[in-house]
Design a protein around this ligand. Sequence first.
Ligand code: PEP
Length: 251
Amino acid sequence: MRKKIIAGNWKMNMTSDVARDLVDGIKAKLPNPLNADVVVCPPFTVLKSVADRIAGSAVDLGAQNMHWEKSGAYTGEVSPEMLRDVMCNYVILGHSERRAYFGETDEMVNRKAKAALAMNLKPIICVGETLEEREADKTKQVVETQVRGSLAELGAKGWADAIIAYEPVWAIGTGRTATPEQAQEVHAFIRSIVRDMAGAALADAMRIQYGGSMKPDNAKELLSQPDIDGGLIGGAALKADSFLAIVQAAC
Ligand code: PEP
């Protein structure tokens, strides 16, 4: 039985005062019992204030990106060690916005994933097709290439700690969600690739989140699909009520 994981990707939003209010709101009304992992992924600048605020609570912390090197002349970058220093346990890697606007390739995502795992950060590795690719019937081809490239040679512990987020690019921030059937089909396909790469036991244990306009009103149906193990939430993670409603749907 895989534990569901709901992660909020705050993207380039929030200053420290608003961020603290948001996590206070989330902490105050977490479902009881809480049968899901809950993670917030704020921008770098507020990681420390959010970390201080969630200390001792069931809310966990992730970053949205990192470099693969430990330190050095990489102006503007942040290392895995720096993320650990501010109490991060997760890091989103290869989000489609990073791939599209910052030129991230599967090879770069793979280097980052290995560096994250080496520092005991759980990578949330994003994959997903564009609308053009879906319409050209290339969804599986694109997703398979991304999974094989981004998760190459992770090793058994790496496979056990890594999380995949299937995020169809056409559904991110558009209000257009994949139907539960569309999402389930790709999730089952991703799990079959993981089975081929890492074996049945690790594939069965691998958590695969769905991301792309997940909202309180569609979360329950998406999360009840057999291969959907959680959500990576953008817009709906910026308000405590909508994020909590999705957490509740996962519990
Ligand atoms: C995301 O950016 O990871 C995301 C899923 O965004 P949204 O929920 O706003 O579509």
